[in-house]
Design a protein around this ligand. Structure first.
Ligand SMILES: Nc1nc2c(ncn2[C@@H]2O[C@H](COP(=O)(O)OP(=O)(O)O)[C@@H](O)[C@H]2O)c(=O)[nH]1
Ligand SMILES: [Mg+2]
Length: 350
């Protein structure tokens, strides 16, 4: 068995990480290469893992903490995926996470160089979000996380370029442009990061962990999962669309900014991931858009927004209650991310 290449694709919440990694995986699989992926979240029951698995990918996950704080779980998950003999393992860290070079890439090089080949750390940047987060009036918490993510990247990518939004120029940053939707730039990015000669973890940054913790805790995080039995059959889209619309409206009316609001709905005949990355945005939808109506669905909500879980909770509750059927909650976590405590932190490049 050859050593698989481990490629981390980071970036702020909603930057397009999952979508790009799925598009990249599909491209590699079409070329006959074996691929797996590891997702990550501070809570449990992840929209991303479900969506990737429903899309046919071998996906592992690290839940209940970021890769840095759960480095041993991250390694365990990567090792479990070795049973599929992957040539490439993509890993998607939590969107509010930074200091990945010091806490993940350097330890990987030091302790697991014999098990994995390491790809450069890619950081995805959504042009519109970048413009907002680099503006003088940007939220200081999110701006801090965003700037740290950029500063440690080996490779920076502007995402979603099919939307035709101008990218802001970021001093000191050379970024390529990609679109997971059209495939623009995806092959070139893969050639770049899966190349034997590419350097991984070439940058280390200073991070003020008190400030980092405060910035992460500025977000409320809801991970809910419910079994839905409808009075009349509906398509997954007919559940996801109005749910997102109701929740977006409630959050917007409450003056709460959405970092990422995503839902996954799966019936016996289809699945759907739908979400918005900003208030009032038109939801993007991925999955089986033509799935027939069904009476029973599994529904997962992952919401990250700028308010306390106590404020977010009743809004989500109300949005769920408007679904015309019976709901049984299987998982209901509402929290703020706890302070990051990495298992390893290197102060020198390995
Ligand atoms: N138009 C367009 N939308 C995209 C693209 N990539 C991602 N999105 C949408 O952006 C949203 C966030 O993407 P996701 O991959 O979940 O972001 P993540 O939080 O960084 O993993 C989703 O609703 C996607 O459908 C893209 O290349 N083009
Ligand atoms: Mg994701």
């Amino acid at each position: 068995m050859t050593r698989p290449r481990l490629a981390l694709g980071g970036g702020f919440l909603g930057a397009g990480k999952t979508t790009l990694l799925l598009a990249a995986a599909a491209r590699l699989q079409t070329a006959g290469r074996r691929v797996a992926i590891i997702t990550n979240d501070q809570g449990g029951e992840l929209v991303d893992t479900r969506f990737l698995r429903a899309s046919g990918l071998n996906a592992g996950e690290v839940t209940g903490g970021c890769f840095c704080c759960r480095f041993s779980d991250f390694i365990r998950s990567a090792e479990q995926l070795l049973s599929f003999d992957p040539e490439v393992i993509f890993a998607e860290p939590v969107g509010s996470c930074t200091d990945l070079s010091a806490t993940i890439l350097q330890p990987l090089k030091k302790f697991y160089g014999g098990c994995f080949l390491l790809a450069p750390l890619t950081v995805l940047v959504e042009p519109r979000r970048a413009a907002g987060l680099l503006a003088p009036d940007a939220d200081p918490h999110f701006s801090y996380l965003f700037r740290k993510q950029l500063a440690e990247a080996d490779v920076v990518l502007y995402s979603k370029v099919d939307r035709g939004i101008d990218f802001p120029s970021i001093p000191g940053v050379t970024a390529r442009a990609v679109s997971a939707l059209t495939g623009h730039g995806v092959g070139e990015w893969l050639d770049n990061v899966l190349n034997d000669g590419a350097t991984a973890g070439a940058r280390l940054i200073e991070v003020d962990y008190a400030r980092y913790a405060e910035a992460e805790a500025a977000l409320g995080w809801l991970n809910w999962q419910a079994d839905v039995r409808l009075a009349r059959p509906l398509t997954p889209a007919a559940i996801a669309g109005p749910l997102i619309e109701r929740l977006d409206r409630a959050l917007t009316d409450g003056g709460i900014s959405i970092a990422h609001l995503k839902v996954f709905v799966q019936s016996g005949t289809g699945y759907l991931k739908a979400g918005v990355c900003a208030n009032g945005e038109e939801p993007s939808v991925d999955g089986t858009l033509d799935a027939p109506p069904a009476s029973r669905h599994e529904l997962v909500l992952n919401l990250r927004a700028g308010a306390s879980p106590e404020r977010l909770d009743p809004m989500a509750q109300e949005a769920f209650a408007a679904i015309p059927g019976r709901l049984r909650f299987l998982h209901r976590q509402s929290f703020r991310p706890s302070p990051p405590l990495p298992e390893h932190r290197f102060s020198e490049i390995v």
